[in-house]
Design a protein around this ligand. Structure first.
Ligand SMILES: [Zn+2]
Length: 564
């Protein structure tokens, strides 16, 4: 990274190629990636370590001051090299471009906001999924990239081969899985890039998948030229927390890692059919937030003072907020604060250290509240695995029932059946509604798959957002929704994840959904045509004021409804 290989040898190769061939740009596979930093022991890198004051630790560890210095030096070097190579690519033709390789989905260590300052083009190398990775992982990649690219080009490489664990480079991925991956690419506003290795394939089944998807895409291309998202909810993408929080303590990539909080919220948002964007924590300013009715924060434990202030101002200006667990408890490097930096916004102060993780804790329903709709027939809800004791002024809606043994059966009875400790704080301030869960309710929801916890999160999101959403879709099924303002009008993208292989690949066949009823608020135009682009048919619709209503008769794997 710090050797002249990057600053001299590579530029010489680019210039030689540029001199001899009429090419449009350069792409480097594998560099810089969004994953953890590497520590190299060559002479050039050692010279940097001397300047930093020692060799950095091999593992990600933001509590180590040497790691912090190395992280900044590494990010600076990525930007320096990216800009150098991009400048060389443009020497012959200013339209040429250098593109690095990114990707990594929602699990990033390198700061993608910083990288986006140099990147004219975000290439995501996010080719497929393995193990317990949920199917929506590609859409998440699109959201992460959108959160920093502000309308600039994003591509995603889809592997046509079986890039599972184990991997098979030379047999096709199941067509249903591959189609849904390509569909997520275009639904989330990325450009599809289809990929096979080797010049003499003996398995040709992938070709038809690519041919039909790209033919369809080409014949509808203007509807994929997006001009902005129509989402009314923002989910904070907590870069530093994802990068540093609990990493290195034996955490695995998708279960038990720092992305679990985000995954739990995400799953609940899919179940509730909410329309949302990711907002990167580096873009938390009034201009970026004002279009959203609420900001949802899945345990952004590591936030700078300035980021907290931006959230505070957003709420002061009438925005609503949902936050969980240790949000704002630490600064951007993970140094603990005496209290949540956002305690005044939450209406709750930390009154102790984290308790847990442990099972068999509960929340007791103490009073009626819109967030508790649908929980008839029970006084208890499942509690989160970990929580922080808080002091709050708000009325007690849900109280903490502390842990008691789940085994052996003879010992299963509550030692303290009732407390006055808040399991959640719901309050109003001016036009804003604030829901704060001082617990890892989102992570527990993801790990356990508990339906009550998902319902609780969905109810809280509905309460902070308020009634009359920009877009509502009713019908059966687990779907993901994207809504874009496009060059010709608007496009509503529906992805059907309703499948036994939703959280464990690969999807073998699609189970089509029945009728979906849509209400879609347009901004300032009379709609003349509503058309299902996969269906290849016009849809009957009604427009009343700004609201367009129509039924989508069915959704196979993917439907795009264009409104013009
Ligand atoms: Zn080196």
């Amino acid at each position: 990274m710090f050797s002249p290989y990057f600053s001299e040898q590579m530029p010489a190769i680019y210039r030689e190629i540029n001199q001899h061939y009429p090419i449009d740009g350069f792409f480097t596979n594998g560099w810089p990636s969004t994953g953890p930093l590497h520590v190299c022991y060559c002479e050039a890198c050692r010279r940097l370590y001397d300047k930093l004051g020692g060799t950095p630790p091999a593992d990600t560890d933001a509590s180590n001051t040497l790691y912090r210095k190395y992280y900044q030096a590494y990010m600076d070097r990525v930007l320096e090299i990216w800009r150098l190579w991009d400048g060389i690519a443009r020497e012959k033709d200013p339209q040429s471009v250098y593109v690095g390789n990114l990707g990594g989905g929602i699990d990033t260590v390198k700061d993608i906001k910083e990288i986006s300052q140099a990147a004219a083009w975000f290439n995501a190398d996010h080719q497929g999924r393995a193990g317990e990775t949920p199917i929506w992982n590609c859409a998440q990649q699109g959201r992460v990239a959108q959160s920093v690219m502000a309308g600039r080009t994003i591509t995603n490489v889809s592997g046509a081969y079986s890039n599972t664990q184990p991997v098979w480079r030379h047999v096709s991925k199941a067509p249903a899985e591959l189609n849904l991956w390509l569909a997520q690419t275009t639904a989330s506003g990325m450009v599809p890039w289809f990929h096979w290795l080797g010049g003499s394939p003996e398995d040709n089944r992938w070709r038809e998948v690519g041919r039909s998807f790209f033919d369809w895409h080409a014949s509808n291309e203007p509807h994929f030229r997006n001009r902005g998202s129509l989402a009314d909810l923002a989910v904070l993408y907590p870069q530093r927390t994802v990068a540093f929080y609990s990493r290195g303590r034996g955490s695995s990539r998708y279960r038990g890692g720092p992305v679990d909080h985000l995954q739990g919220l995400y799953y609940a948002l899919l179940e509730g059919r909410f329309v949302f964007d990711f907002v990167h924590e580096g873009n938390l300013d009034a201009a970026n937030l004002q279009k959203y009715r609420a900001l949802l924060i899945p345990n952004a434990a590591f936030l700078s003072d300035a980021q907290c202030e931006a959230i505070r101002q957003y709420v002061k200006n009438g925005g609503s907020l949902l936050a969980t667990f240790e949000t704002s408890r630490y600064n951007e490097w993970g140094e603990p604060r005496a209290d949540f930096q956002l305690a005044d916004v939450f209406g709750a102060h930390a009154a102790g250290e984290v308790i847990g993780p442990q099972g068999n804790t509960y929340s007791r329903i103490e009073m009626q509240h819109p967030v508790l709709r649908g929980f008839d027939g029970t006084a208890l809800l499942p509690g989160a695995e970990a929580h922080i004791p808080v002091k709050a002024e708000a009325p007690l809606v849900l109280s903490v029932v502390p842990w008691y043994p789940a085994f052996p059966p003879e010992m299963v009875y509550p030692r303290t059946p009732r407390t006055t400790e808040h399991a959640a704080v719901f309050r109003k301030a001016g036009k804003s509604r604030i829901a704060f869960f001082p617990s890892d309710v989102d992570r527990t929801c993801w790990r356990s798959g508990n339906a009550d916890l998902s319902q609780l999160i969905q109810n809280a999101v509905k309460w902070v957002r308020g009634d009359d959403p920009a877009i509502s879709i009713s019908g059966e099924g687990i779907i993901e929704v994207f809504a874009w303002k496009t060059e010709p009008g608007y496009a509503l993208h529906l992805l059907n994840y309703t499948n036994p292989n939703m959280t464990h690949g690969a999807i073998r066949r699609i189970y089509p959904l029945g009728r979906q009823q849509v209400r879609f608020r347009v901004q300032d135009r009379a709609i003349k045509v509503v058309r299902g682009l996969r269906l290849g048919a016009h849809l009957v619709f009604k427009q009343q004021g700004h609201t367009v209503s129509f039924d989508v008769p069915s959704v196979t794997d993917y439907e795009v409804i264009a409104l013009q």
